[in-house]
Write a protein that binds this ligand. Structure first.
Ligand SMILES: C[S@@+](CC[C@H](N)C(=O)[O-])C[C@H]1O[C@@H](n2cnc3c(N)ncnc32)[C@H](O)[C@@H]1O
Length: 506
């Protein structure tokens, strides 16, 4: 067995290295580190009745790390069968060779198309899987429809078209489980928070007994080549008991997590963002005001090619381009060293790195005579393929930006929060005419607030203070976390963030 495992690891390295990251991305090929596979099996053994012999299934086997861990953990006499599916010959052929003549039945087959065993006795009582992390836009729509129909027929569950491939695997595998089968899924934690995950969350609460979810800290990336924050989900194929309690753990290792809390299914049913557990308590429905009560929140502009469209004042002068066809724009958050932006008399921001975005709405032909240098610059853009870029091509005039006006309030869209003192996002108070790119969100005051600001512009600093008084936890509650400790907040999510004292002056 040690010899097989050695060979397996060599094959894994060889196969990974002979593909590009992009190729592996398309089939969601991120292997499970051996230590993690062993940790998963060790913990799973505690949930599995010692009397049972094992019929094991891995629907996305790769080179078969879980076959090795299975044998490290359970005695070989207990393992009646271990069956694995793999779609890609690149991994599948050498893996099938090493597992030949062992307890493993390795099938080079597309699991999503494989026929479900008809009898319970042919099904499985232990399933461990790290399914492919294929994002929805890489799944052809004809295949999505096939998978959705198959799942609807077999489970009655309707998966959203935005679901990643791992969701289809979880739902398809349901019919492969014997009653009481223990299943373990190593999946991106995204399903715990996002809308497409709702169907999975309902399945976990209503169709099976959800036992535990462990999340790794986002900066402890389990797969060094996949930027996702991962979760391990344990369930039993059995309708849930009344008052089921699910163990949520976070950080550390599976066997020694740093945080642990039992959460009742009744609480989980009401909560749309499960990643708040175990760190945060049950959400108290708040009658506090939310940002969306006062602001319309939009993204900053997506130019389609910042290097081409956003220029410094020096560059504009050097090329003799007309400043009237540009708008000031703030530098990206990491190059913006201040949170209050004052302006000169033209509304140009007083920042170290003054930038301008091309924002011309004049027809191309007209420019040849009215702004010949700009015309030449656009010709160069066409020659360099800028006009054919996805976003540019979709616009009426490829060089005219979305219509966004400046606002006194911006919020950064992405950030880190490595410790409790650090807020992941920062607010910017803007007195200039600068707009922002999509590395910021724009908070436009709604009418009631806008009128108050017109009457009393001083209010802006007060509002800015209140925005800065929003707690880190209130922000994290609504944001989403990515691998490597990055947080992002979308316009709707920022709109749901609560304020403390905001109403007093209205
Ligand atoms: C995340 S990797 C996990 C591999 C291995 N089980 C591990 O944990 O290291 C997912 C594997 O599923 C395979 N795969 C992708 N689509 C599949 C399909 N439709 N049927 C079977 N395997 C598939 C990929 O080629 C890849 O090897």
């Amino acid at each position: 067995m040690i010899a097989i495992e050695k060979q397996r690891q060599q094959i894994q390295i060889y196969c990974d290295n002979s593909k590009t990251l992009k190729q592996r991305n398309l089939l969601g090929q991120y292997s499970t580190p051996v230590k993690l596979a062993n940790d998963i099996c060790n913990y799973t053994k505690k949930l599995f009745s010692a009397d049972n012999s094992i019929r094991f299934l891995d629907p996305a086997a790769g080179t078969g790390v879980f076959f090795s861990s299975l044998q490290n953990t359970f005695s070989i006499e207990k393992i009646k069968l271990a069956e694995g599916y793999e779609i890609d010959e690149h991994y599948g052929k050498p893996a099938r060779d090493i597992w030949k003549n062992t307890f493993v039945n390795y099938k080079l087959e597309d699991f999503t198309q494989s026929a479900v065993p008809e009898n319970n006795s042919e099904k499985f009582n232990l399933l461990i899987c790290n399914p492919p992390y294929i994002r929805h836009h890489h799944i052809p729509s004809i295949h999505k429809t096939y998978l959705q129909t198959k799942i609807l027929d077999s489970t009655g569950i309707k998966l959203s078209g935005l679901s990643g491939m791992y969701c289809y695997f979880m739902m398809l595998a349901h019919s492969w489980m014997q009653p009481d089968c223990v299943a373990v899924w190593l999946v991106p934690s995204e399903f715990m928070d996002v809308n497409y995950g709702q169907a999975i969350r309902e399945y976990l609460l209503n169709e099976v007994t959800l036992l535990r979810i462990h999340r790794f800290t986002p900066n402890d990336i389990q797969f060094d080549d996949a930027l996702v924050s991962s979760a391990v989900v344990w369930l039993k194929n059995k309708k849930p008991p009344e008052n089921n309690k699910v163990v949520f753990t976070y950080g550390g290792t599976i066997n020694a997590p740093i945080h642990k809390k039992e959460i009742s299914a009744a609480i989980l049913l009401k909560e749309k963002k499960w990643t708040r557990f175990p760190l945060l308590p049950e959400r108290i429905t708040s009658d506090k005001a939310k940002l969306s009560d006062f602001f319309t929140i939009k993204r900053g502009i997506a130019t389609g090619h910042n290097k081409y469209f956003i220029l410094s004042l020096d560059e504009i002068l050097k090329r003799d381009l007309p400043l009237s066809q540009f708008k000031p724009i703030l530098p990206n958050p990491r190059n913006l060293n201040q949170n209050v932006i004052n302006a000169n008399s033209d509304g140009i921001p007083q920042v170290e790195n003054q930038l301008f975005v091309l924002n011309c709405e004049l027809p191309f032909d007209e420019l040849e005579t009215s702004y010949p240098n700009l015309y030449q610059y656009l010709l160069k853009g066409i020659e360099d393929g800028v006009s054919k870029r996805y976003l540019c091509e979709k616009r009426k005039l490829w060089y005219a930006q979305e219509n966004r006006i400046e606002s006194p309030f911006y919020c950064t869209y992405i950030g880190r929060s490595d410790d409790e003192k650090n807020k992941p996002f920062r607010f910017v108070l803007n007195y200039s005419k600068a707009i922002v790119s999509n590395s910021y969100l724009i908070l436009y005051p709604k009418k009631l607030l806008a009128d108050k600001i017109i009457d009393n512009p001083e209010l802006c600093t007060f509002i800015f203070d209140e925005l800065n008084n929003i707690t880190r936890d209130d922000m994290l509650d609504e944001s989403r976390v990515y691998g490597g400790g990055m947080y992002k907040i979308e316009p709707k999510e920022l709109g749901r963030v609560c304020l403390s004292n905001f109403l007093t002056f209205l």
